[in-house]
Write a protein that binds this ligand. Structure first.
Ligand code: FAD
Length: 445
């Protein structure tokens, strides 16, 4: 059987490796339009800041590594058309510009997502960048080393914008963040997002909220300032557009593959589309929110890997299922770790739950133990049955551990009463005697 995979970053390469493990007798071909395959986009902000000293470290595997396993990877090859009736696709060699028509038995689309770029005046000026892939990283490095920027404007206060704010601070570049919404981090409840807002101000980041990008001004082809919708001029020799991403669905749409209500490709729990033999994984497809049961689009690297594994198993004849997500996510900006799982209180209300919540300070070691760090924890539960609905944790120390405990509790559909009596690991260097999650659940119960 010939299996073809379109897209070779997280979901596509994971699917290829899994399909090969399930049945090494299949012919597996992966087409990737970029020059690189199998890299970690998540590591890119840290290459820019210099925390990761060599960009090659974020490229995990080369086409030769896949070839050793019998997986054929063609870089700089773009699939331009899929004929699902004939089970054929057209692929363009981006170097020779020659098209080839190739037969397949089964297909996986792992075409990912790309940054949303507003169509405003000046958007093509030098020094205006997005960050998604290795080519973008190369452009960043050129701008940083040749223009030596002093003032950056980041359009968008999502996690990529905030990770980049820290990176630019490390490079002694002044930062203004322009965000169209009235506050940063809309997935978090307002009082939690405010903690990050305050931390950014403490680190000399200027915030312009409730205002969008109207146009970019430049001289000699290089950006010099941005103008906001309210007419504010902000000088800038580096502008990053970080207003979000959209799923790459054009190829699927043209092939008659159905999209879901979120605009990403619709799949069943086997990661199969409504066209038998055509599977999808990663940022180009939607999934299910496991708290609400509703469709959700959650473009994250861990999810792309999990889905790639399921699609890879099934394309090779297996019967694995992907149950959906809780939207667990974490990032770091300056000295704060910012994490969320499940629903915010606002989202819980909007989804028809009756949320109750607690916001409290917690710490990651016994009160008397050196090196103790603090964070703020918010737990949200349903008043009717005590079931945990979500958690947000912001601060220093083991924020990741708190959010992962909460995510696991969501997985088990635990109530606050269940969590209150969980015997989690305790010793003074690792935790207070009762984990802050246990304490918060006890208060909510
Ligand atoms: P993509 O990474 O988008 O890869 C799809 C590939 O397919 C692309 O190379 C694309 O060019 C190629 N392609 C598309 N169409 C075709 C075609 N027709 N023919 C051939 N090739 C095609 N996630 C986290 O969970 N945690 C993080 O900390 C995190 N940090 C991030 C930081 C940054 C700066 C960025 C940009 C992303 C981050 N992410 C993070 C998100 C994560 O990187 C993505 O969720 C992940 O890369 C998705 O993988 P994917 O394979 O689905 O799609």
């Amino acid at each position: 059987m010939r299996i073809i995979i379109i897209g070779g970053v997280a979901a596509g390469t994971k699917a290829a490796a899994k399909a090969h493990r399930v049945d090494p007798n299949n012919e597996i071909i992966l087409y990737q339009d970029e020059a690189e395959v199998s890299y970690s986009a998540c590591g890119l902000p840290y290459v820019i800041s210099g925390v990761i000293d060599d960009e090659r470290k974020v490229v995990i595997r080369q086409p030769e590594d896949f070839a050793k396993e019998g997986i054929q990877v063609f870089i700089r090859h773009r699939v331009t058309h899929i004929d699902t009736a004939r089970r054929q696709l057209t692929v363009k060699n981006l170097i020779t510009h020659v098209d080839a028509v190739v037969d397949y038995d089964r297909l996986i689309l792992a075409t990912g997502a790309c940054p949303i770029v507003p169509n405003v005046e000046g958007i093509t000026l030098e020094g205006v960048l997005t960050l998604r892939n290795i080519s973008d990283l190369t452009r960043f490095k050129t701008v940083l080393t040749t223009f030596l920027p002093k003032q950056a404007v980041i359009i968008g206060a999502g996690y990529i914008g905030l990770e980049l704010a820290e990176a630019f601070h490390e490079l002694a570049i002044k930062i203004t963040i322009v965000e169209k919404a009235a506050r940063i981090l809309p997935k978090f409840d307002a009082e939690m997002a405010q903690l990050v807002h305050d931390h950014l101000l403490e680190n000399q980041v200027k915030l312009v909220l409730g205002d969008g990008l109207a146009k970019l001004h430049g001289e000699n082809g290089k950006v010099t300032a941005i103008e906001t919708e309210s007419g504010k001029m902000i000088p800038a020799d580096l502008v990053v557009i970080a207003i979000g991403v959209k799923p790459n669905v054009e190829l699927a749409k043209a092939a008659g593959i159905e999209l879901g209500s979120t605009g990403a490709i619709a799949v069943d729990s086997r990661m199969e589309t409504r066209i038998p033999g055509v599977f999808v994984a990663g940022d180009c497809c939607e999934t299910v929110n496991r708290v609400t049961g509703m469709p959700i689009w959650m473009p994250l690297g861990d999810i792309a890997n999990l889905q790639g594994r399921v699609a890879g198993e099934n394309v090779a004849g297996g019967n694995a299922h992907f149950p959906g997500v809780f939207g667990t996510a974490i990032f770091k900006t300056f000295n704060l770790t910012v994490a969320i799982t499940g629903l915010s209180e606002q989202a819980a209300q909007e989804s028809g739950f009756e949320p109750v919540s607690i916001v409290m300070k917690g710490s990651d070691r016994a009160r008397y133990y050196p090196g103790r760090q603090e964070f703020t924890l918010k737990l949200i539960a349903d008043r009717r049955d005590g079931r945990l609905l979500g958690a947000q944790v912001i601060g220093c120390g083991t924020v990741d551990k708190m959010v992962d405990i909460a995510a696991t509790a969501l997985l088990g559909k635990l109530t606050c009463a269940d969590l209150e009596n969980a015997d989690l690991a305790y010793s003074p260097p690792f935790s207070p005697v009762l984990s802050p999650v246990i304490v918060a659940a006890g208060i909510l119960n």
